[in-house]
Design a protein. Structure first.
Length: 391
């Protein structure tokens, strides 16, 4: 069973019974007016009117508490509280000091049903009205000392409880929103990983399949080697997809450099790729971001550029923000095609931003396309020092 908060209406029969029980406990304080009706020496007419007044008060109080949260305006709630205060005034002036306790219920209902901006005025006004009535009825001062503090404390305590519950509800909603955002981010990560993984692998498989088809009539042995490479790439792609789905895959830059060399060579593109990069000071997360950038860039060169030459450069630079590792992939192909590069570049930009880096994509210095990926790196290398040697 879910809990019920102050200012929230019960949603089922069990919640109604629980709320009725907790409200009913506090009606023990109505023992003073009931005792006054039975033993206060009032006339029969006064007793009848007192009983009717008490029943109406309790019924109105219950209606106010149970209906709160059904969309009433603040004016309607404030009017109901004013009616309770007026009835308490009439009963106290007519029947005596024992009926001053009704003002405590008026104060508490103000704190429970009104928003803070209204309750902070309604509670003191109710307490002031009770004080004025107590000074008017015989021996009311003796009861005032025992009722004024509960009226103020009870009313403002209800406002505090109500604000606490409202904050708790807001936090629960915020937690649900965060969970939804995390789920969306995970779906985006998976889509990005699959795009990067399968785009590269399928492009390589397509190239090797075409190459094997051309070699098959005259060079069946070479075609067989290409088919074996296709099998290896397919198996590795399957492993990569499984690891990406489980969320544990972190590509290594050295492996991606070797894969870039193989993919470019298979496509008939002259490749200038560093063979043994020094990744000192670069965290695994940032290395993975550079590896993804290299994979995406090389895949696009192979698939879209029509290039004859492609160079990959990895250097460390000193900047005002500290040392950075800079990966540059540049080709001499037909240039930047937004329709071909848009989705991949968006994913790479998100990856690098999460790693504290940035991505730049622009036309090459001698035509073609140039992609630069930057990530922060540790100190210990000279500025503009190559991180790896060219192959």
């Amino acid at each position: 069973m879910s809990s019920i908060g102050i200012g929230q209406r019960p949603r089922n029969r069990r919640q109604k019974l629980v709320k009725l029980f907790w409200i009913g406990i506090w009606f023990a304080y109505l023992g003073a007016p009931v005792k006054d009706l039975l033993h206060g020496g009032h006339s029969d007419g006064a007793r009848i009117l007192g009983c009717l007044g008490l029943v109406v008060f309790v019924a109105w109080y219950f209606a106010l508490v149970f209906r709160t949260g059904r969309g009433e305006t603040n004016g309607a709630v404030l009017g109901s509280i004013a009616a309770l205060a007026a009835e308490s005034t009439v009963l106290a002036l007519s029947l005596g000091r024992e009926w001053l306790v009704l003002f405590v219920y008026v104060s508490i209902s103000s704190g429970a049903a009104l928003p803070m901006r209204l309750a902070r005025w309604a509670i003191p006004v109710t307490s002031a009205l009770m004080t004025a009535i107590a000074l008017t009825v015989p021996d009311g001062e003796a009861y005032l000392a025992n009722l004024l503090f509960p009226a103020l404390l009870g009313g403002f305590a209800m406002t505090g409880v109500r604000e606490l519950i409202r904050t708790t509800i807001a936090l629960r909603e915020a937690r649900a929103t965060v969970a939804q955002l995390a789920a969306n981010e995970e779906r985006l990560r998976l889509a990005r990983d699959l795009h990067d993984l399968l785009g590269h692998s399928l492009s390589l498989i397509t190239l090797k399949s075409e190459l094997a088809g051309r070699m098959l009539p005259d060079h069946p042995d070479k075609a067989a080697r290409q088919v074996a490479d296709i099998e290896n790439v397919s198996r590795q792609a399957l492993v990569d997809v499984r690891e990406a789905v489980t969320g544990y895959r972190r590509p290594r830059l050295s492996g991606e450099l070797a894969g870039a060399q193989a993919a470019l060579t298979a496509a008939g593109i002259t490749a200038d790729v560093p063979a043994d990069p020094d990744l000192t000071g670069i965290s695994e997360e940032r290395e993975a971001a550079l590896a993804w950038a290299l994979r995406e860039a090389v895949t696009n060169v192979v698939r879209h550029s029509g290039a004859r030459r492609c160079s990959v450069e990895l250097v460390r630079r000193e900047t005002l923000d500290g040392p950075t590792a800079e990966l540059t992939v540049e080709d001499d192909g037909q240039g930047m095609d937004k329709s071909s590069f848009g989705n991949g570049l968006t994913g790479l930009t998100e990856r690098l931003e999460k790693a504290g880096g940035e991505l730049t994509a622009q036309p090459g210095r001698r035509g073609g396309f140039r992609l630069v990926a930057l990530v922060p790196a540790g100190s210990g290398a000279r500025a503009n020092d190559p991180i790896g040697s060219g192959a």
